[in-house]
Design a protein around this ligand. Sequence first.
Ligand code: PLP
Length: 392
Amino acid sequence: MSDALMPTYARADLAFERGEGPYLYTADGRRFLDFAAGIAVNALGHSHPHLVQALQEQAAKLWHVSNLYTIPEGQRLAERLTANSFAERIFFCNSGAEAVEGALKIARRYHFAAGHPEKTRVISCAGAFHGRTLTTLSAAGNPKYLDGFGPVSEGFDSVPFGNMNELRNAITPETAAILVEPIQGEGGVRPADLDYLRALRAVCDEYDLLLIFDEIQCGMGRTGKLFAHQWAGMAPDVMALAKGLGSGFPIGAILATEKAAEAMQPGTHGSTFGGNPLAMAVANAVLDVMLEEGFLPEVDRIARLLWQELNDLVKRYPHVLAGVRGAGLMLGLQCVVPNTEVIAKLREEGLLTVGAAENVIRLLPPLIIDETQVKEAVQAIDRACASWAEAA
Ligand SMILES: *Cc1c(COP(=O)(O)O)cnc(C)c1O
């Protein structure tokens, strides 16, 4: 059936016809609770009426004009993102990898403009994931994804995630920036200590390095604040966003301070589709919802509830589950048995989840879930674990 597609994905034999809120439905009417959310993308669930309306209205007016012209919806989105973050300058693109690539370009250009063209290297963390382009793969340095793809992009130094001593030792006169996910996603839902994030800020200030956060997965409300680093009361110089920003419409963004982005003058970077009116309209609609008073505190409240329930499950099924980690609604269940088998069993129980490294199952529900869905998910995990005990 899918022979014409490159077999780059190990797809489940499962197709959906429509979605509503946190649920997905197959053509034959089966309902699934979606704790995968398109891999942390559908932040506001499926078919959110406000997003559907924004897209439909924009689709009837104007799709694409290119960046040769002013795009008022984009100016508005950029103003709102700066008003609600550390950033003063925004660049819109179409995906996470593209946002990280742009962020890396900004770091090199920053030092080039400051008279330090030798500062091009970027320190990144083991276990990181920054996208699938050659350079973002090189930045993350995961051999699993690089094997067979020829020379890696030069200029990356990998250090263990969370280790300040090793990171300090890796700084050389050629270092331009530090690139970190405040919570590693693909790497197994590993949150950085807030002290580590603060120490990164301090070391970047000390050596005039740009601090780049990849909040493609952990940003946009997922932790109960708009951006994960805000829990640490500090800010990076540059940040890559994508995933939840369009809640299902493809969009990426680079957020930067004016100082970091000053060297990005006309001609230094571009994207044909980036910032197109459709994406801008949807992302503005996403912000309408996320910035509503009470939205993020409710994410935080529900997340704490889910956290508690999951910890209870770990206590009851220690032969299946080893622990819970993560923050907000970006949670990882570390498994004792193979995570792929638990994910398959959960799917049979009507709950969709995502795998990650370190034998972890990612729970990435839409941010709009309430107690009902927490209960449904916990019951599904409970049933899956119970069946395991019988089989064991
Ligand atoms: C998904 C992800 C990316 C890559 O985003 P794409 O849109 O697939 O290019 C980069 N970094 C992190 C942390 C991600 O979760």
